[in-house]
Design a protein around this ligand. Sequence first.
Ligand code: G
Ligand code: G
Ligand code: MN
Ligand code: NA
Length: 256
Amino acid sequence: HHLTHHLPAALKGSEFFIEYQPLIRMEDGSLEGAEALVRWSHPRHGVLGPDRFIPLAEHTGLIVPLGRWVLRESVRQACEWQVQGIGGSRPLRLNVNLSPRQLNHPDLVEETVSVLDEFGLPPGSLCLEITESAMVRADDHELKPLRQLADLGVGIALDDFGTGYSNLASLRRLPVTTLKLDRSFSEGLQQHPADPVDMKIVEGIVSLAHALELSVTVEGVETCNQAERLRELGCDSAQGWYYARPGPPERLPEAV
Ligand code: G
Ligand code: G
Ligand code: MN
Ligand code: NA
């Protein structure tokens, strides 16, 4: 694939940038944090979304230095927001996606701790997102670094929850603090009145999550109706176009 060949030069030449999508607290609509989403500003193809190049970077291993850059740059940005007092009395949370390849990298814990130290971001302000399918595939040895990070206070979110072979019992063995419900769950609540079966499913997941002391974030909230239903069902936070699309860091403060 020709994009693959250009990845290393693109990383050297700073062609990547990060957009941030707000995470909103359901109880009061306040700004809880933001998810960092990487983009590639390709000189000929324009702005490419992660779906176009993350799989290639994952395949070639370049995801490790790329992910390192995303983590450092977004932690730097999160500190800037905290210094500016954005988020008020409660410090903003930063969510960063991790690929399976990064999960298996021996320096993950050391590098993460060192970036947090460098900028003085409290571990509790960082949350790492790992897809459900990657997490469920990991054995106990591979989960150890995540457990170490969780012990330090770093949040661990199970991303796209409900799309993988969702084995609810496996939640017990995973060092997870948050379930990020896949967009398909919000889609089920789009029609008015919402599908009663979809309501029951979300209600059940929230109840299980809370029993396990996990928080629930819902992705893909596009309408006021969805937001209302999800709040009634006890979801803790939400993310989606209804609140804000991913955007440059300067736009985050407007998202309250
Ligand atoms: O930005 P967009 O909404 O198109 O994101 C699509 C997917 O790309 C997201 O589900 C996310 O998991 C993934 N993604 C975005 N940024 C990163 C990143 O920095 N690292 C990894 N591994 N995946 C990312
Ligand atoms: O990590 P993850 O794949 O979950 O990243 C979220 C993806 O979902 C990004 O590609 C983002 O652009 C996209 N997204 C965010 N909010 C919405 C939304 O409300 N509706 C839809 N269809 N996509 C969304
Ligand atoms: Mn994500
Ligand atoms: Na997702």
